[in-house]
Design a protein around this ligand. Sequence first.
Ligand SMILES: Cc1ncc(COP(=O)(O)OP(=O)(O)O)c(N)n1
Ligand SMILES: Cc1nc(C(=O)O)sc1CCOP(=O)(O)O
Ligand SMILES: [Mg+2]
Length: 221
Amino acid sequence: MRGQAGDVRLYLVTGPVPPGADLVDVVADAVGGGVTTVQLRDKDATTDDLVRLGERLTERIGTRATFVLNDDLQAARALSGAGLHVGPDDLHPARAREALGDDAVVGWSLHHVDQLKDEAAVAACSYLAVSPVWPTPTKTDTTAPWGLDGVRRLRDLVPADLPLVAIGGISAANAASVVGAGADGVCVVSAICSSPDPGDAAHTLREIVDAALAARAEEGR
Ligand SMILES: Cc1ncc(COP(=O)(O)OP(=O)(O)O)c(N)n1
Ligand SMILES: Cc1nc(C(=O)O)sc1CCOP(=O)(O)O
Ligand SMILES: [Mg+2]
């Protein structure tokens, strides 16, 4: 049971924002600029912290973007309608699906190709994530980068009706190549959170992703 992935074309994962900036404003501006999914990720936050911040974020975002928690099932359960993103070292996606219900968004990071042999996990997911495409200073404890060849390989192996997103080192300079290699959406932290103008950064990325998706559709891929 997959649930709907929502719209994963431009997927913002939260991260550090510039001094003086407020994360809620950054996310709201980014959604105004074209972000379609927001993941609240803060590896140091308690469940209570995540719920409080999640409430502020969802109030500002409303229904304009899909909202997902990283790792923390309890926080996701406390925030009505929130989805959950997990990796292979976290809660199993089938357990997340059971806990959150059929309509919830459940995402899973692909660190190793062998994960695709876990049919129950894949069947429970709304989308899968190529993790990471390129090395990134934002998260240094990743497994080996897949590169664009890895994106192509995974797109061939992942069921065609299951959205595949990509994360790690993605910016306006390379987002089109990631979509061209088969990703259905790009996930970014620093390209938006570190930008002096998050709304403009999101708008630029969204135009690039939409153009690359349109070009791919025209080529019949
Ligand atoms: C969209 C998306 N893709 C990958 C990840 C990374 O998940 P994980 O490997 O579990 O690592 P942490 O984010 O938990 O450090 C992600 N969060 N989101
Ligand atoms: C949260 C996260 N997960 C990754 C993975 O590979 O699973 S890479 C990453 C951080 C991505 O940051 P930036 O867009 O600044 O490169
Ligand atoms: Mg995780």
